[in-house]
Design a protein. Structure first.
Length: 416
């Protein structure tokens, strides 16, 4: 692994990765807010929007772990470039979508999300080799600032485009963001991929090799206490966070009786908190133990969730929502940096792929359960459960080992 690269981040080529991820996040969020809005406007069907959401979760469930194997096999820079180009081309097919062609919309979303499964683990696995271990936490925090800012601006831009020119404006913006990101990623320096091995002699040997590599990735998660503990922590926080999605509007409209302007104000408060949290993380990750940031930050988020969802007035909800963004982002940045540091380079794609599969499974299960439960359970009990799950994640994170107890080179990995 590249452990001595301690110079300025921008001298490593990190700036190209930073800017490329910000650009693609901006386009994704712009279309992400415009597409379900227009689909519901055109169809008036919650089933249609549910199918759209499901088409976004299923690729991760079906192909997440396999994509991680490819991220470890292929040149990660060109994996990023190729995925971005293909995503941009596929997104343009939405220009032919219509209410009578909902199948086309869901198929495009499914295909685009499938390609993103290659880009996400490739980018995450590339970062430690690009900047070095000493600067990894700082680089992860700065990426968080860029993507958080883009995610705040994206929905505003997407909503404006949807209102002004319809979905086509957001589609073109998202496609262009992919093409621009591909150009930026192509400027990244070449770095050797330690997960690459000799080419298999036949197609059957290739499938056997890929299956073995996939199992090796799962073995790393099971053998290494830090990775396994982080995996459980992140899966629990994903479960809690995903549970919020289908019930948040029931709380905002049913309990707070908030009007559209107040909903926008609440979104802005949470967004401001997450942006401040990203800025705070750039300071915190270089001064505090990462494992403590993960545990304490996650516990704070769970406690704030419980407090927030038991309020009946908007002002305290605005305050608690803004405050929640601070520890949430710090904990996420620390967890991401720690996962990258604890995972050997040749396994990073597979570990991130497995995590993506776990999160997708959570998304599918929660979305399906919410649809089946419907209005039989009120929003507040379900949101309380989300807070409890997040607190449980924080308690699991307290068991993370100290950095001196386990490092990528101290434990056996089984078969190679």
């Amino acid at each position: 692994m590249h452990t001595k690269r301690t110079g300025k981040l921008w001298e490593t080529g990190f700036g190209w990765l930073w800017l490329g991820q910000a650009v693609t996040a901006l386009g994704d969020r712009a279309l992400g807010i415009a597409l379900p809005y227009v689909v519901y406007q055109q169809t008036g069907s919650l089933t249609s929007t549910a199918l759209l959401a499901l088409s976004g979760y299923l690729p991760g469930l079906l192909f997440g772990s396999v994509a991680g194997v490819f991220a470890d096999r292929w040149d990660r820079r060109w994996s990023l470039v190729t995925a971005q180009l293909l995503q941009g081309g596929i997104i343009l097919l939405l220009l032919a979508a219509s209410p009578e062609r909902l199948w086309l919309t869901t198929a495009v979303v499914f295909a685009e999300r499938t390609l993103s499964l290659l880009a996400l683990p490739a980018g995450a696995a590339l970062l430690p080799s690009l900047v070095g271990e000493a600067a990894l936490a700082r680089a992860t925090a700065r990426l968080s600032v860029a993507t958080t800012t883009a995610r705040l601006l994206g929905p505003v831009l997407g909503g404006a485009l949807a209102a002004a020119v319809g979905m086509h404006g957001a589609v073109v913006l998202d496609a262009m963001s992919f093409f621009v990101a591909a150009a930026l990623f192509s400027r990244l320096p070449f770095l050797p991929n330690h997960g690459r091995g000799p080419a298999p002699a036949s197609l059957l040997a290739s499938w056997r090799s890929m299956t073995r590599e996939w199992k090796d990735g799962l073995r790393v998660i099971g053998q290494r206490r830090a990775i396994g503990t982080l995996f459980i922590t992140l899966s629990l926080t994903s479960l809690g966070g995903t549970l919020v999605d289908p019930y948040s509007m029931g709380f905002v409209q049913g309990v707070l009786q908030a009007n559209p302007a107040q909903v926008g104000l609440l979104s802005s408060a949470v967004g401001t908190g997450t942006l401040l949290g990203s800025l705070l993380s750039t300071w915190a990750v270089e001064r505090f133990d990462l494992r403590r940031l993960v545990a304490v930050g996650t516990l704070l988020v769970g406690g704030l969730m419980l407090g927030l969802y038991h309020q009946a007035e908007l002002p305290p909800v605005l305050l608690l929502g803004a405050l929640m963004g601070l520890p949430m982002v710090v904990a996420n940045v620390a967890a991401s940096a720690m996962l990258q540091l604890k995972t050997p380079d040749r396994y990073r794609g597979r570990v991130y792929g497995a995590l993506g599969t776990s999160n997708a499974l959570v998304g599918v299960l929660v979305t399906t359960a919410a649809a089946l439960i419907g209005d039989r359970v009120a929003a507040v009990p379900m949101l309380t459960l989300a807070g409890i799950l997040t607190l449980m994640a924080g308690m699991v994170a307290l068991a993370l080992p100290h950095s001196s107890e386990e490092s990528p080179s101290t434990l056996p990995l089984g078969r190679e």
